[in-house]
Ligand binder design. Structure first.
Ligand code: AMP
Length: 127
């Protein structure tokens, strides 16, 4: 079984986006967070919200970020949903943590999915 990483990888793709080494389609930015369109959208609207701090995953963010960062981050998720006009039609927020979740990028992020009916939460036993 794969293990969860313990050390933040400064070369992960979202770290490069934060350093402006690679571009992104920016939706929103403030002191603590950046939101941009997912490069491989799974719904009409698919946005990623990432903290600017170096956190590997949800566990890491929850354990190490300040209350101010955590509070601001989740307010931002809500703000972005409103900004793109899906806060009343509905949306799904997902954060993959670790190997079983298929987390691909080891920088904490929340997916905001919406803009069309999303179907059931998971394909049971999905691989
Ligand atoms: P996860 O599997 O939760 O780690 O999700 C990683 C997400 O990052 C996937 O939905 C990818 O499509 C997305 N992604 C990877 N590289 C980029 C990029 N350069 N710009 C925007 N989204 C990306």
């Amino acid at each position: 079984m794969q293990k969860i990483l313990n050390n933040y990888d400064k070369e992960n793709i979202f770290a490069k986006i934060l350093r402006s080494e690679i571009p992104c389609s920016k939706v929103y930015e403030d002191k603590y967070a950046l939101a941009f369109n997912d490069i491989n959208p799974q719904s009409e609207i698919h946005i990623l919200v990432i903290p600017k701090g170096e956190y590997i995953s949800f566990n890491d963010f929850s354990d190490k970020a300040s209350s101010e960062e955590i509070n601001s981050f989740f307010k931002t998720v809500r703000k972005v949903a409103k900004q793109v006009g899906i806060d009343t039609s509905g949306y799904r927020i997902i954060s993959n943590h670790g190997p079983d979740s298929h987390q691909e990028v080891p920088h904490f992020h929340v997916h905001i999915l919406g803009g069309n009916p999303l179907g059931t939460l998971l394909v049971k036993g999905g691989k």
